[in-house]
Design a binder for this molecule. Structure first.
Ligand SMILES: Nc1nc2c(ncn2[C@@H]2O[C@H](COP(=O)(O)OP(=O)(O)OP(=O)(O)O)[C@@H](O)[C@H]2O)c(=O)[nH]1
Ligand SMILES: [Mg+2]
Length: 197
């Protein structure tokens, strides 16, 4: 089984062309800025600071890779919707990101994280369209569930389910809390399946 405890930082890559060879399996973590991408990677890998310490917060847009073993990697992609990034840098990054999502053969699946308190922002919807067109598997993580009451969680989940149905996108939904470690084991099991096929 994929050994999440063994995860280590591989490197940060501002450009698609700098990435290590397109081999093995990669699973990407995508989502709005501040939604909890790094926290989710830390929770998955039983670490406090693996993702945060290795990525430059804020302005640098790059693909950060972690590996469980050389053939099983997680990629932490820069959050979208971060206001302080210049237009030029956003355009450059947009191209690199599209290239990564569309061309990277070892990219088998994606984890899109949304804030369960306000899921499906305009940018989330755009990203869902893009991810759907790649034809790859998707897990939709609804993070920060610890901030919502039970009834609100049910409502948020239903809204997302309805939207996915409309899109005809058969993604798996996982309610999550990186803070309370909710959904972590379920997500590990899903990722392990992709890593092993
Ligand atoms: N309450 C709560 N807060 C969370 C949870 N997950 C993350 N946070 C908080 O949200 C903030 C952003 O978390 P990060 O993991 O840095 O988010 P990110 O998506 O990696 O952010 P960028 O890399 O800047 O795009 C931090 O203050 C976290 O402590 C959660 O499940 N519950
Ligand atoms: Mg981060």
């Amino acid at each position: 089984m994929a050994n999440f405890k063994q995860a280590r930082f591989v490197g940060s890559f501002p450009q698609y062309s700098q990435l290590p060879p397109d081999e093995g399996t990669e699973i990407a973590v995508v989502g709005r800025s501040n939604v909890g991408k790094s926290s989710l990677i830390n929770a998955l890998t039983h670490r406090k600071n693996l993702a945060k310490s290795s990525s430059t917060p804020g302005k640098t847009r790059e693909i950060v890779l972690f590996e469980l073993d050389p053939a099983q990697r997680l990629s932490d992609l820069p959050g979208y919707g971060y206001a302080k990034v210049s237009q030029t840098e956003q355009r450059r990054w947009g191209k690199e990101l599209m290239r990564y999502l569309q061309e990277r053969q070892c990219l088998k699946a994606m984890v899109l994280i949304m804030d369960m308190r306000h899921p499906l922002t305009d940018l989330d919807r755009q990203m869902l369209q893009i991810l759907r067109e790649t034809g790859k598997a998707l897990v939709l993580v609804l993070n920060k569930s610890d901030k919502l009451k039970q009834g609100e969680q049910v409502k948020a989940r239903r809204t997302v389910e309805d939207f996915l149905k409309e899109l005809k996108f058969p993604a798996i939904i996982v309610p999550f809390s990186a803070e309370k470690k909710r959904g972590v084991e379920e997500l590990r099991e899903l990722l392990a399946q992709w890593f092993e096929h």
